[in-house]
Design a binder for this molecule. Structure first.
Ligand SMILES: [Zn+2]
Length: 255
């Protein structure tokens, strides 16, 4: 029979190993929303206003630190530790319902967020206007680029990618009157040449979805999609746990 000392030592080793694995697997959840409203037909891109409010309340009640994306990006860039229970909230595309349904909740909770606008859609029906963007910006919602036309960047030539990234940045800077430094790749589509173009255009951080095998790339920050079926708070809790991605498929970032 093994001595109790060996058993205790083996148990402690197991505990230390489990802790080390848990720490290395943890990834700060960056939540990705699209519409906050009611779809005309079933769509995974919609979260109802009630669900959104419940989710933000959940973060508030359970004392998550909802931080501006630029703050999180700076920690990632500088390879500094990010405290557990840190969360960032993002919206892609620039739908008007974000202003109508999500913005009041964020304001009430005192939560920052980042919103990525398809600049070619500014002012169109159902989309945010220049004035909406300025109001959001002044209220602490960081506005970033989601390109001009929502083109899937891996299918474009580098010079076309460069144009999408530079022109959308310029447009937003004209609207807001200050530098725009955050980018979200449409459908998460990122390649190494696209990262180079993002750097060249002057972006300081960029968001993807499930691209990239390594965490900690400030030009490919991964996100957790919040969709219509995330309404169950247990599922939402799993999504903000920092471990939701474990075992999920990752798409390689092509050279
Ligand atoms: Zn999009």
């Amino acid at each position: 029979m093994r001595s109790p000392i060996i058993k205790v030592a083996a148990f402690l080793c197991l505990v230390v190993l489990s802790c080390a694995l848990a720490v290395s697997a943890y990834e700060t959840p960056v939540l990705m929303y699209h519409h906050v409203g009611f779809p005309d037909s079933p769509s995974g891109l919609y979260v109802s206003p009630e669900t959104f409010e419940k989710q933000m309340e959940f973060l508030k009640v359970h004392r998550y630190r909802v931080v501006p994306l630029a703050e999180l990006a700076a920690l990632i860039r500088e390879k500094k530790p990010v405290p557990q229970k840190t969360v960032a909230v993002t919206f892609d595309d620039g739908y008007l319902d974000n202003f109508e349904n999500a913005f009041p909740v964020l304001k009430e909770m005192g939560f920052p967020a980042a919103l990525f606008m398809i600049t070619g859609n500014i002012g169109k029906e159902g989309w945010l206007s220049e004035e909406d963007l300025r109001i959001l910006d002044e209220a602490g919602i960081t506005i970033g680029s989601h390109t001009v036309s929502h083109a899937f960047l891996p299918e474009l030539k580098p010079e076309e990618v460069g144009k999408e990234l530079a022109a959308s940045k310029k447009k937003l800077e004209e609207v807001l009157g200050h530098p725009v430094t955050l980018l979200s790749y449409p459908a998460g589509g990122v390649t190494e040449p696209a990262i180079q173009e993002a750097r060249k255009a002057g972006y300081e951080a960029a968001l993807t979805t499930n691209y990239g095998r390594e965490k900690g790339n400030v030009y490919a920050i991964r996100r957790v999609k919040i969709s219509g079926n995330s309404g169950n708070l247990f599922r939402f809790w799993a999504k903000v746990s920092g471990y939701y991605h474990v075992g999920k498929k990752r798409i390689e970032i092509k050279q």
